[in-house]
Write a protein that binds this ligand. Structure first.
Ligand code: NAP
Length: 280
């Protein structure tokens, strides 16, 4: 078994991005700017936002944190995003999800112009991905593809199974793997005999949000297992895969923490730099 070291890979990527961010500032006389909108007081969201801001600082991207109270109105939230959309010092905008239940997330996200949509969630960017054309791609699945590429794990002709069909992870993950010539199956909560489907996978991606969803009996000998899940099990951070049970059966596996998570943040920074370079 080889461990896929997302933490180290993300650090390598950030080092490259730091040089690119410095070159951008030097050439255009202004830093790359990322606005992060946080609405409400979800503790996990606050941690994610803090990590993203810290990562921005490390690579020399200027971050703008916009924190709105949990009872912010739809109009206030939409106006905040509209203002950022018009601000030339802001090259990327992300709205941290989930939003408080009374807000219509899709209408707020729709205020982000595709050019500044560094999360790749806009209708335009999702449409480009579905067509096999390159727009801005959602950070987590993009990070997974980057890990596969850097570890020289072949995808062409391989059977890939993605567990999860969310708009943010499962669906874009499946589309990227199709684009990389894998034969892709997408599973979800209504899938019958999940274990049998998973056992066919050369590459198994778990994006469920439930600890130990993937157990040893569900994994083919020599498979590559990518664990996207971030869960708390008795206070301890863990993924969707029973790492200890599965590790001796696989060729490659991502740990949690230290696998896909750091790559998501690195891809956000990369998407922000790409967006800035396209806007000047
Ligand atoms: P989500 O929107 O809740 O989607 C979960 C998916 O899993 C759904 O499609 C659901 O099926 C499916 N599912 C649930 N229970 C299942 C079961 N027993 N068998 C098969 N499929 C099942 O979650 P998400 O936003 O995609 O996130 C998934 C996980 O990844 C979470 O732990 C999240 O914290 C983590 N995550 C990590 C990163 C990172 O950077 N590492 C980034 C984003 C998310 P239905 O569609 O039928 O409900």
């Amino acid at each position: 078994m080889k461990l896929i070291d997302g933490k180290q890979t993300a650090a390598d990527i950030r080092a490259g991005l730091k040089a690119r961010a410095a070159a951008f500032s030097c050439k255009y006389g202004l830093p790359v700017g990322l606005a992060v909108v946080l609405i409400g007081d979800d503790p996990a969201s606050a941690v994610y936002v803090r990590n993203k801001i810290k990562a921005c600082e490390e690579v020399g991207i200027r971050s703008f944190a916009h924190i709105l109270p949990a009872d912010a109105t739809q109009e206030t939230a939409e106006n905040e995003v509209r203002r950022l959309a018009e601000d030339a010092s802001v090259h990327g905008i992300l709205v941290q999800l989930p939003l408080p239940a009374h807000l219509a997330a899709s209408r707020i996200l729709a205020r982000i112009p595709a050019a500044k949509d560094v999360d790749g969630f806009s209708v335009e960017n999702v449409g480009l991905l579905a067509k096999g054309e390159r727009g801005t791609v959602a950070c987590t699945p993009l990070g997974v593809m980057e890990l596969l590429r850097r570890y020289r794990i072949p995808t062409a002709g391989k059977r890939a199974v993605v567990i999860g069909r969310s708009n943010t992870v499962g669906k874009p993950m499946a589309m990227l793997l199709i684009g990389a010539d894998a034969t892709v199956t997408v599973c979800h909560s209504k899938t019958q005999d999940l274990a049998a489907v998973c056992r066919q996978a050369d590459i198994l991606v778990a994006a469920v949000g439930r600890p130990k969803t993937v157990t040893a009996d569900m994994v083919k000998e020599g498979a590559v297992v990518i664990d996207v899940g971030i869960n708390r099990d008795g206070g301890k951070l863990c993924g969707d895969v029973d790492f200890e049970g599965v590790k001796d059966k696989v060729s490659y596996i991502t740990p949690v923490p230290g696998g896909v998570g750091p790559m998501t943040v690195a891809m956000l920074l990369q998407n922000t730099l790409d967006a800035a370079e396209r806007q000047v």
